[in-house]
Design a protein around this ligand. Structure first.
Ligand SMILES: Nc1ncnc2c1ncn2[C@@H]1O[C@H](COP(=O)(O)OP(=O)(O)OP(=O)(O)O)[C@@H](O)[C@H]1O
Ligand SMILES: [Mg+2]
Length: 200
């Protein structure tokens, strides 16, 4: 069953039909993340919500299902913050009519994305220390997607957003993922070689 759904997903992506799997809209004091029900199971959405509520209570405001056009007519006139997984969409409004979408509304976290900060050795160390602290603090739940655009910086404070990859896999698996992510981050990747690793 799982494989069938996965194959169907790839088939759609490979065909000429434009499939948008995820969207994120900025509504000012909250963000609405939309997930195409053809690409993700309700069970996974429920898991994301449950785990997120455990590590970041009150971050999620509301969840539900929508046909987008009918329930949220304003959305179709706005461009999403970023499109995921499909560069072909960058200049076009996505066609959302037919699909059913799951949505998760989350509170805006004030600050700037770590991605927008100068890529210095200090930033590499700070991001690494923050992620290791976070891993230790939330275990056995792991955020799982330690990208610079998922870390909001407000002065001394760093906060993780985007819980799409939240998981309860092993600590080792998540540490390895963090290591891969840090190496992948452009410009910061090289600096990461010199980071003082405390908890590996
Ligand atoms: N709660 C929030 N507070 C502040 N900014 C947010 C929040 N949620 C989303 N954003 C902004 O919207 C961007 C995209 O949101 P998010 O990271 O959740 O989606 P995504 O699935 O990673 O999209 P993509 O993979 O295309 O980046 C974030 O990088 C951030 O700039
Ligand atoms: Mg993100």
């Amino acid at each position: 069953m799982a494989n069938l759904k996965k194959r169907a997903f790839h088939k759609l992506r490979d065909s000429n039909e434009m499939l948008v799997s995820r969207l994120c809209y900025d509504h000012g004091d909250f963000f609405r993340k939309l997930y195409n029900s053809r690409c993700i199971r309700k069970r996974r959405i429920d898991e994301v919500v449950e785990l997120t509520n455990q590590v970041f209570p009150n971050h999620i405001i509301e969840t539900g299902t929508t046909m987008v056009e009918r329930d949220c007519p304003d959305l179709k006139f706005e461009l999403p913050v970023r499109h995921t997984n499909d560069n072909r969409l960058s200049n076009k409004l996505p066609q959302l009519k037919e699909d059913e979408w799951f949505y998760i509304d989350v509170k805006r976290v004030p600050g700037v994305m770590a991605y927008s900060l100068p890529k210095t050795p200090e930033l590499a160390q700070r991001v690494y220390d923050f992620c290791i602290d976070n891993i230790n603090k939330w275990a056995p739940i792991y955020h799982g997607d330690w990208n610079l655009d998922n870390i909001i910086v407000d002065g001394d404070k760093m906060t993780l957003i985007d819980f799409d990859y939240i998981n309860t896999n092993t600590r080792q698996e998540n540490i390895e993922k963090l290591d891969r992510k840090m190496k992948e981050i452009d410009q910061l990747g090289k600096l990461y070689e010199n980071v003082q690793r405390s908890c590996n």
